[in-house]
Design a protein around this ligand. Structure first.
Ligand SMILES: Cc1ncc(COP(=O)(O)O)c(C=O)c1O
Length: 394
């Protein structure tokens, strides 16, 4: 099935006046998502927040089914949280790694995740091992296999790094993780919504994602998947009266499902919007979305690469919708501002977001153009012309 571009753009009214190549920052919400959020906020204002939540209860419940359908998991394995960072941190810290335990990760790991590794290394003597990349720039599965041993208590990998189009070989990593019975935490923040994610096919035990990026959900939403078999062994680092029940003066009982990772107070309008965003993506089909996103991004890479002065920085043989590049003699921030004046959105990714990769490749700030299925070939033409002009004139 291919994407009906006219319908996708009609559902995204801003595309009439805005060239949005910042979907890895935050995708444009389609109309049904926006209406869901606004309608619920209005209901809260008119009937009261608790009363509105009670009215929305059946729909809120179905959000778990939607996320479960996206990941091909059980609804009990899903927790709705504030963002990808919270999801990831909850999973990571619930493992309670200690002295002598080893974490294995990749060179393109996201800053917040790596900072947490450094924190447990400093506070608890956990060791961190970085798997070298293969010659194409992806995490080397062969090197990972050589590193695995009984002290490795976690494999934590970013699926699509923040600074480029690389897609790490999640399923091959998952296969090794399973063979060695090591928990595998996948940061799918940037792949959710642009690539199919089947947690069994990937073989991950935990997966974190955000709502606002390629899923096109509201900001302030995210989710965590935890495999049933691991769930019973995990004690969330923070628990409240929603994640657990206070059953006796000296005892609490954790919820049996992944919602033990949630808090009671939450962004109900956003969660409803997230559910609609997930259903909306499923309506197009993740394979159809991925095919169009990859095709558009490859076209953009080819065209940008042909402009004198432009250097592309994406790694890997499998690439996604993020195109990273620099223009000789031009500051990325300045380019971003110039494009913004022309109603063109891109983002800038700095070295500190993926420090290991940036140091290894001596990367400066990068321009990041991230396309989605609702972007058009005409927009690519316009974007390429705008970049060519900046490269020529500054
Ligand atoms: C790879 C990766 N992981 C995690 C995050 C954090 O996501 P959030 O801002 O939803 O917490 C980002 C955000 O850019 C990211 O690129």
């Amino acid at each position: 099935m291919s994407i009906d571009l006219a319908r996708a753009r009609a559902d995204t009214p801003a595309t009439a006046r805005l060239l949005h190549f910042n979907n890895a920052g935050a995708g444009l919400m389609p109309t049904p998502v926006l209406e869901t959020v606004i309608t619920h906020l209005q209901l809260e204002a008119e009937t009261g927040g608790y009363e509105a939540a009670a009215l929305a209860e059946p729909r809120l419940n179905r959000v778990y089914d939607s996320v479960a359908a996206l990941l091909d998991c059980d609804r009990d394995e899903v927790a709705l949280v504030e963002n990808a960072t919270v999801a990831w941190q909850l999973a990571f810290h619930s493992l309670q790694l200690g002295k002598g335990d080893r974490i294995v990760t990749g060179e393109a790991e996201y800053a917040s995740n790596y900072i947490s590794f450094l924190q447990v290394a400093r506070l608890r003597g956990v060791e961190v091992t970085v798997v070298p990349s293969d010659r194409d720039g992806a995490l080397s599965v062969a090197a990972l296999e050589r590193i695995l041993e009984p002290r490795v208590k976690l494999i934590a990998v970013t699926h699509v790094p923040t600074n480029g189009g690389l897609v790490n070989p999640a399923a091959a990593i998952g296969k090794l993780a399973r063979a060695h019975e090591i928990p595998f935490l996948l940061d799918a923040c940037q792949s959710a919504g642009q690539l199919p994610l089947d947690v069994d096919a990937i073989g991950c035990d935990m997966l974190s994602a955000t709502g606002r990026k390629y899923l096109r959900g509201p900001r302030g939403t995210g989710f965590l998947y935890v495999r049933r078999t691991l769930l019973d062994r995990l004690e969330p680092p923070f628990i409240d009266l929603h994640g657990a029940r206070w059953v006796a003066p000296d005892r609490y009982e954790l919820r049996p499902d992944a919602r033990r990772f949630e808090n009671w107070e939450s962004y109900i309008a956003g969660q409803l919007g997230l559910g609609v965003a997930v259903d909306y993506a499923l309506g197009w089909g993740l394979h159809a979305i991925a095919a169009r996103v990859v095709k558009l991004a490859e076209e953009l890479r080819t065209r940008l690469g042909a402009i004198p002065g432009v250097t592309l920085h994406d790694l890997g043989t499998q690439r996604c919708g993020i195109v990273s590049f620099t223009i000789a003699g031009r500051e990325p921030d300045q380019v971003q501002a110039t494009l913004r004046q022309q109603h063109i959105n891109v983002s800038v990714s700095g070295p500190s977001s993926t420090l290991l990769d940036a140091l290894a490749r001596k990367l400066p700030d990068l321009l990041r153009a991230s396309v989605h299925y609702y972007n058009s070939e005409t927009e690519i033409d316009r974007f390429v012309q705008a970049i060519a002009k900046i490269a020529r004139q500054g």
